[in-house]
Design a protein around this ligand. Structure first.
Ligand SMILES: Nc1ncnc2c1ncn2[C@@H]1O[C@H](COP(=O)(O)OP(=O)(O)OP(=O)(O)O)[C@@H](O)[C@H]1O
Ligand SMILES: [Mg+2]
Length: 280
């Protein structure tokens, strides 16, 4: 069997020390194969971003190891090279440079790596096309919509053809249509280019598009499953929702109300059951 793209061994991250220490990651052992598209879910503060940052060598573990593309991140000779060449990052807030155009923003990671300016420009143009913004090349970030900015950020993440794309709530600040476009883009990237993608999300709909869902809690991976069929996914979302928790807990007060997110899950589930459990 070939070496997985990502392997973490006993990965632990503790912030602070003494009484106030926070175990943001607690003995995470994760294997992700080349070409997988995974999502990472879990409540706020459970360690999702911390995990992503460790995978991208943006931060260092307290103990444990991270291996990406055959390299131990603790032993990297040049961390900047690793970040620029092996991984591409997409964050919730896109961090585009405000004074550079869409095209120039995509070129930034290639500087110092692709020597020929014309080659940089051609690659950036190709990526701008890939994200569907060829007609916005000269626009500054503040002349683009939120969804378009995020698409530029995806283009920028792909500048150096990374093996791994790490996306931290890439659709978090977008309306649902723009969010869908970003997702479709990531999905296409995974299918067509075979890029391995890890996306952190709070949105069950996002998770369903990926092939594998990890669920974290208190710094640990508490669930790791392959996405089989939509109905099963809906049931899982329900099981892990606050509503699911409340229903399971015999000491809890009777339900007074359900949250809007839970209502969405329930509505989808009921619709799916009514259409014979096979709808998409
Ligand atoms: N630089 C830091 N210093 C101290 N504590 C931190 C630091 N970064 C994160 N933490 C803590 O580590 C825990 C995990 O944080 P992390 O950002 O990974 O959560 P998350 O799952 O991404 O949450 P969210 O969904 O809100 O983004 C949290 O309890 C957080 O308060
Ligand atoms: Mg986070």
């Amino acid at each position: 069997m070939s070496e997985p793209l990502i392997r973490t061994i006993g990965l632990t991250k503790i912030y602070g020390s003494g009484e106030t220490a926070i175990r943001a990651l607690d003995d995470v052992n994760l294997v992700v194969n080349d070409g997988e598209f995974i999502s990472i879910m879990g409540p706020s503060g459970c360690g999702k971003s911390t995990l992503l940052n460790m995978l991208g060598a943006l931060d260092q573990p307290t103990t444990g190891e991270v291996w990406v593309a055959g390299q131990s991140l603790a032993k990297l000779k040049n961390v900047d090279d690793f970040r620029a060449q092996t991984v591409g990052f997409v964050f919730q807030l896109h961090n585009l440079l405000p004074t550079l155009s869409a095209l120039e923003n995509i070129e930034v990671p290639m500087q110092g790596r692709v020597a020929n300016p014309r080659a940089r420009r051609e690659r950036a143009q190709h990526l701008l096309e890939l994200v569907g913004l060829q007609d916005r090349a000269g626009h500054l970030p503040n002349q683009l919509s939120g969804g378009q900015r995020q698409r530029v950020a995806v283009g920028r993440a792909l500048a150096n053809s990374p093996k791994l794309v790490l996306a931290d709530e890439p659709t978090g600040s977008l309306d649902s249509q723009s969010g869908d476009e970003i997702l479709q883009l990531l999905d296409k990237l995974n299918q067509v280019e075979g890029t391995t993608i890890a996306v952190v999300t709070h949105d069950p709909h996002v998770a369903q598009i990926t092939q594998r869902v990890l669920r974290m809690q208190d710094g640990r991976i508490v669930e790791d499953h392959r996405v089989n069929n939509p109905l099963e996914e809906d049931l899982r979302m329900l099981a892990f929702s606050k509503l699911g928790e409340v229903i399971l807990d015999p000491d809890d007060e009777p339900l007074a109300e359900i949250s809007p997110e839970e209502e969405v899950i329930l509505r989808k589930l009921i619709q799916r059951l009514r259409t014979n459990g096979t709808g998409n």
